[in-house]
Design a protein around this ligand. Structure first.
Ligand SMILES: O=C(O)CNC(=O)[C@H](CS)NC(=O)CCC(=O)C(=O)O
Length: 315
């Protein structure tokens, strides 16, 4: 737990927005803080239904005054088999992205599509897709694409076996944080959460908000989800935003849920309850600056000691 000596910072504590505040970025006055909305849903292989869920959530968030809405990994669909996952994939020039684009435009919000199954230019060669985190601005333009770099290939004794590399090509780059109306957003996806290096690169590049849209398994979620999200927020003194899949997708896949927002002090300031829904949080950048000023961990780093960390360890 956090010690009482930190009372001054803790005094500000968690503020989860519940009221019907309509305060779009365009109408934000001086000192007003932008609002974000974070989504939780249960994707299936029915793309039409998934889109209509996303659409309803985004419209609700927009009516509440959110400037940016975060959708989870696989917001487009979760296939019941590798074959189905591959068959349903679309290119970023396809119909589905156009519809998300229209949704951002019609609702005048920025959108994070936390994981879009992207049929890329190498499809004909390798028949694998990318797990792409796409940022759309409020006019519906694609402003950034990050392709998941760390793929979830695991075999747990508890019965969870997933081999993402069987249908996905790993991304080859970390993309610079995106300037949005709610702050500078650093992009990652799900399993990337377990690799602090990516968060260090993003925060060094200026990220104020780290994003981990996810479809965590229940076993790993129970053990690791919240502690990892809070650790990334504390280490980097960033907001951490984690939209999430929840519940039963098909006979073989279930997700942990617990979509949340963590503030730069490590406090969980918003969290979804059970099922499909949203949670909201204000992004308080002056507060983030204060946390960084009062405990300047970035200035205390000792890169002279860490040289070997980027080398792969032999097993
Ligand atoms: O398969 C899709 O269509 C969408 N992708 C996912 O659900 C991915 C790959 S299987 N899931 C994860 O990375 C879970 C990570 C996790 O649970 C952990 O790190 O503990």
């Amino acid at each position: 737990m956090l010690g009482s000596g930190c009372g001054r910072l803790l005094g500000r504590a968690a503020r989860v927005i519940t009221g019907l505040w309509v305060r779009k970025m365009s109408s934000l006055g001086a000192g007003q803080k932008p609002l974000i909305a974070v989504c939780q849903m249960t994707s299936t292989s029915d793309k039409e239904k998934n889109f209509s869920t996303c659409s309803r959530l985004v419209q609700e968030a927009s009516a509440r005054g959110a400037s940016m809405v975060f959708l989870p990994e696989a917001c487009d669909y979760i296939g019941g088999s590798t074959e189905e996952t591959l068959n349903l994939a679309e290119p970023l020039q396809g119909d589905l992205i156009q519809r998300y684009s229209g949704l951002a435009r019609d609702s005048s919000v920025w959108l994070s599509l936390g994981g879009f199954h992207e049929k890329g230019s190498d499809w004909d060669k390798d028949r694998r897709i990318s797990n792409s985190h796409v940022i759309l601005d409020a006019a519906g333009n694609i402003v950034s694409i990050y392709r998941k770099a760390h793929l979830f290939d695991v075999e747990l004794q508890s019965g969870i076996t997933l081999r993402e590399s069987g249908f996905t090509v790993p991304g080859g780059e970390i993309v610079p944080p995106v300037s949005t109306p709610v702050g500078k957003v650093g992009l990652a996806v799900c399993y990337d959460l377990r690799f602090p290096e990516i968060s260090l690169v993003l925060s060094r590049e200026g990220a104020e908000i780290l994003t981990y849209p996810s479809a965590f398994t229940i076993t790993t979620g129970l053990a690791h989800w919240e502690v990892l999200l809070r650790a990334r927020a504390i280490e980097n003194q960033c907001y951490v935003v984690a939209a999430a899949q929840t519940g039963l997708h098909n006979t073989r896949r279930t997700s942990y849920g617990h979509a949340m927002v963590v503030d730069p002090w490590g406090v969980v300031v918003a969290q979804c309850t059970d099922g499909t829904g949203l949670c909201y949080a204000e992004i308080d950048l002056p507060y983030l600056q204060r946390v960084r000023r009062e405990m300047p961990v970035q200035d205390h780093r000792r890169p002279d000691l860490y040289g070997g960390i980027t080398r792969k360890t032999s097993s």
